[in-house]
Design a binder for this molecule. Structure first.
Ligand code: AVI
Length: 325
């Protein structure tokens, strides 16, 4: 699986050299050059992504938080007491804290992350915000098969919380596989639930500024991939100054794509293999899929789906339980 969020990147990016291996594969062959978006999230990338979430153009984070706040009483009532909340990712976000606080009497919070430092930081910040909450971190890759620790006594149902439209950074088939995997983890067929945030399709004129902000933070986030590549190679393979950031709407894929576009023809070398760029040729670095009703229906086929959306249907939180909609 490929994945692009800070959480998922930490889940599956094994080592620094993984970027170099992926770069040899993605940059030296024929056709569209690519680098997996998981590599966007080194320490600097995580910092830049945090800044993106606060940009005026980047509506998803604040829209999702507003939807959550507005619907917390309904969601909490629907889920009932004793929820065991499972979160793929480090889970120290405002959304997680507010959801846990609204649940009133959660039996346990289980963040799943491959990086122990993020698990420890998330646990510490939640312990400060919600003293008394039982936190059981699980160090694992959530995209791979895993088992949760036994639920504490009094746990009423397991709920997997996957906000931020992180699912959109997976291709459609991968996203479907991940949803099925998370549904199994939550035990949706046996009373568990998923609460998943998805960014909805809207006109490109609204979408594109969110991925190409005036302050240039997203451009820096994208170009940071080349800084990371050069750092890990120990030399300049591709000079960031020779590339510009571009956000494109791919209508066929219903995705905003980030590209790094070569300003001039360029020759380079990696792993003993030549890399050639024509002027204007790009590296595709991320796809951020957007969801319409049909795609959401396919993702959650067979389950009951309660939609919590803003009035303009820009973003949605979907509560998935057993039974049909
Ligand atoms: C993490 N993920 C959901 C973000 C998105 O919107 O696809 C990553 C991002 N890329 C550029 N801006 C934000």
């Amino acid at each position: 699986m490929t994945a692009c969020s800070p959480a998922t990147a930490r889940q599956i990016a094994p080592a620094g050299s993984a970027l170099l291996r992926d770069a040899v594969e993605g940059l030296t062959g024929p056709g569209q050059k690519t680098l997996p978006c998981k590599h966007l999230y080194d320490a600097r990338g995580v910092e830049l992504f945090e800044r993106i979430t606060a940009l005026p153009e980047y509506y998803p984070t604040r829209t999702e938080l507003a939807i959550l706040r507005e619907n917390l009483p309904r969601i909490a009532a629907e889920l009932g007491p004793g929820v065991r909340l499972v979160e793929p990712g480090s889970g120290s976000s405002t959304k997680t804290r507010e959801l846990l606080a609204a649940l009133g009497d959660p039996s346990e919070y289980v963040p799943i992350d491959i990086a122990p430092e993020f698990l420890a930081a998330g646990k510490a910040s939640l312990a400060r915000a919600l003293p008394g909450l039982r936190v059981t971190p699980v160090r694992a890759d959530f995209t791979a098969p895993l088992s949760l620790p036994p639920a504490p006594g009094g746990a009423h149902r397991t709920v997997v919380f996957f906000p931020g439209s992180t699912l959109g950074n997976f291709g459609p088939a991968e996203a479907k596989r991940l949803v099925d995997h998370l549904a199994e983890l939550a035990g949706v067929g046996g009373g568990g639930a998923l609460l998943i945030g998805l960014d909805r399709i809207k006109p490109p004129a609204e979408l594109l500024p969110a991925y190409d902000d005036d302050a240039g933070v997203t451009a820096a986030f994208n170009l940071n991939l080349l800084h990371r590549l050069n750092r890990e190679a120990g030399r300049t393979v591709l000079a960031p100054g020779c590339f510009r950031h571009e956000a494109r709407w791919n209508a066929a894929a219903a995705a905003v794509e980030m590209h790094l576009v070569a300003e001039h023809p360029l020759e380079a070398e990696l792993g003993g293999r030549p890399i050639h760029f024509d002027a204007g040729e790009s590296i595709h670095t991320e796809s951020s899929h957007k969801f319409g009703d049909a795609a959401i229906g396919r993702l959650f086929a067979g389950w009951r789906v309660q939609a919590f959306e803003d009035a303009s249907r820009r973003f949605g939180l979907y509560l998935v339980t057993a039974g049909r909609s």
